[in-house]
Design a protein around this ligand. Sequence first.
Ligand SMILES: Cc1cc2nc3c(=O)[nH]c(=O)nc-3n(C[C@H](O)[C@H](O)[C@H](O)COP(=O)(O)O)c2cc1C
Length: 310
Amino acid sequence: MRRPYIAFAPLQGYTSAVYRKAHHECVGGVDEYYTPFVRIEHDEVRRKDLRDTDPERNAGVPTVPQVIARDGEEFARLCDALQEQGWHRIDLNMGCPFPMQVHAGRGSGLLQHPDCVAEIEKEMRRRPDVVFSVKMRLGQESIDEGLRCMPILNDMPLTHIILHPRLGRQQYKGTPDLESFIQLHELCRHPMVYNGDVAEIDTATGKFSISGYPNSPVNIPGLKGVMIGRGLLAKPWMPGGKDPHEVLQNMHYAILSHVTKNLCGESQMISHLHAFWEYVDIPRKQKKEIMKSTTLQRYNEAVASAFRFI
Ligand SMILES: Cc1cc2nc3c(=O)[nH]c(=O)nc-3n(C[C@H](O)[C@H](O)[C@H](O)COP(=O)(O)O)c2cc1C
């Protein structure tokens, strides 16, 4: 059996270029790292987002920049900005459930506008040198929206579709709906990647377990692979078969070095470091000490103490 494709999900505020590079260098085992979405704000492509997709910052890391757009015009502007940076691989976000994006017709809100999805399909066809993928939910209010968009998605030139089987209106509540995943999988002509609450994966067979799901491990026939977000933030060592203590030490060192060199101000540095620990699966007491530290001295003491328990 072919090794499954494994992707690191984009998580705004967590999987920055520094984090992605640290993970790639200290762990490995991930085929592609998706960036948090690049957006248009105040009628401009957000500079902060373009700094994160700067090819120099992502050198050596298999990176997929992601865009969020409400129509063909926005999509074209975002693709232009990324192509100017030299990218030939772009992912489209059709799954973000945040109300501000949804109400503007972006993320899972885009699934309610098949006409805009069709405009984006045309824009993709104008860029034959770019490899596109789509990351989507079942719909915003109902799976009917995903079903209605599927023929247009089938016409898109895509390497795969990543499906998170929840509705946008659920945000992250409830368990992933595997039956609906399979329903869309059957209608989709592109390879499909599963995303949502993956807690463990057997990298040899592609079988994975979903947290809180009764029938784990899950094996969906014909799947290209999985995308993992919070499960990898919790256990970054998962795909590489390396020792957790060593992985956390090395990743933390890489992130701490970056923060020390590039950020000024203790509170800015600490909030960046806290983001590294927030989801990590370590004993509660030690994590609490790290998360409540407000000075670098306290932070370093709490981290040193935590490493005695990891
Ligand atoms: C804090 C946070 C930020 C996220 N940012 C993005 C994003 O920028 N783009 C995106 O497509 N999904 C984003 N997601 C969704 C994740 O990529 C993923 O689809 C979701 O967390 C489910 O997968 P998981 O259970 O493996 O984490 C975000 C999720 C969280 C919790």
